[in-house]
Design a binder for this molecule. Structure first.
Ligand SMILES: C[S@@+](CC[C@H](N)C(=O)[O-])C[C@H]1O[C@@H](n2cnc3c(N)ncnc32)[C@H](O)[C@@H]1O
Length: 288
């Protein structure tokens, strides 16, 4: 059984449920949406885009064997698209950098079947819809009432993604995106069992920075590879002044690491774009 030990929530519940807007952490926030600050001069916008491509191209080449030209095209599309997003204020969800990585991942992978777990206001559903216009797209959240973007072509499900059934999963053309703050080891096992082999995780934080998000999805992918963590170890942190902890438990992690063939963590774009730092995404390929 998955045991989530912070916030004292949901032991025994059939649907693991993170707080409504975990990254918000419940503290009042007033700053304007980050993209209300941006460069308008076309020449300089182009230069910013080129600097982002300089980081993204080698990353996607190493992760997927993508050619630079394909990354340039995806980045150009993203820079044109982002100002039109239907969720102008996505505080608590993906900002500019994670949106960039998600969009370019969708474009370069070109999956035919996509599952998103963790919709929140719908910004990442919109990005996936735009990146993969012909894919069968399932968007899942335990609380879809928060969604500000909806699309008739998307199959929504309120609950947990494990309640869905898929006729046939072509492992080479299918993608799962997990941004639901649920135990990432559990998500690896569930995805593998259902035939998915390519996964994207948000909030894959190492144990020493779990404070960076609310209700971190422990154990994260990074924690599965952290040889220093021992069963029974109590990892403690403060988030917005409140104490939280997680006790490392072999039952949480069991089997997941062996299912992971490779993982690639997206580089931090913050020093280039100067928007808020985000956890980045981790691309995980599973063994056959
Ligand atoms: C950080 S938000 C998602 C943000 C969104 N992907 C974005 O970047 O705009 C996390 C969401 O996960 C949802 N959630 C919590 N438990 C879940 C579960 N078991 N399955 C699916 N969604 C869940 C919450 O309701 C919340 O809307």
């Amino acid at each position: 059984m998955l045991i989530i030990r912070w916030f004292g929530a949901w032991p025994g519940a059939s649907v693991p449920r993170a707080p409504r807007c975990p990254r918000g952490g419940g503290t009042p926030r007033v700053p304007p949406p980050e993209y209300e600050s941006r460069v308008l001069s076309e020449r300089l916008r182009t230069r910013l885009e080129a600097r982002v491509v300089d980081v993204a191209a080698p990353f996607w080449h190493a992760a997927l064997g993508a050619e630079r030209a394909a990354v340039e095209t995806a980045a150009a599309e993203f820079f044109a698209l982002y100002p039109t997003r239907p969720v102008p204020d996505n505080s608590g969800g993906s900002g500019f950098s994670d949106s960039f990585w998600l969009y370019t991942a969708g474009r370069l992978l070109a999956p035919r079947l996509v599952v998103e777990s963790g919709v929140y206001r719908g910004q990442t559903s919109w990005l996936l819809r735009r990146a993969c216009p012909d894919a069968r797209l399932y968007c899942v959240d335990v609380d879809l009432s928060q969604a500000q973007f909806r699309d008739a072509s998307i199959r929504y499900h309120e609950g947990d993604w494990t309640e869905l059934t898929f006729d046939a999963v072509d492992s080479a053309r299918s993608l799962c995106f997990f941004d639901d703050h649920v135990n990432q080891a559990r998500r690896v096992r569930e995805a593998h069992e259902r035939g998915f082999r390519t996964l994207l995780f948000d909030d894959d934080l190492p144990a020493e920075t779990l404070y960076a998000t609310g209700a971190p999805p422990v154990p994260t992918i990074s924690m599965l590879f952290d040889e220093t963590l021992r069963p029974g170890e109590r990892v403690e942190w403060l988030r917005h002044g409140r104490p939280h902890h997680y006790v490392v438990d072999a039952a949480d992690t069991h089997g997941a690491r062996a299912l992971i063939a490779s993982r690639h963590v997206t580089p931090d774009l913050t020093p280039i774009v100067r928007y808020r730092a985000q956890g980045g995404l981790t691309l995980v390929r599973l063994v056959e």
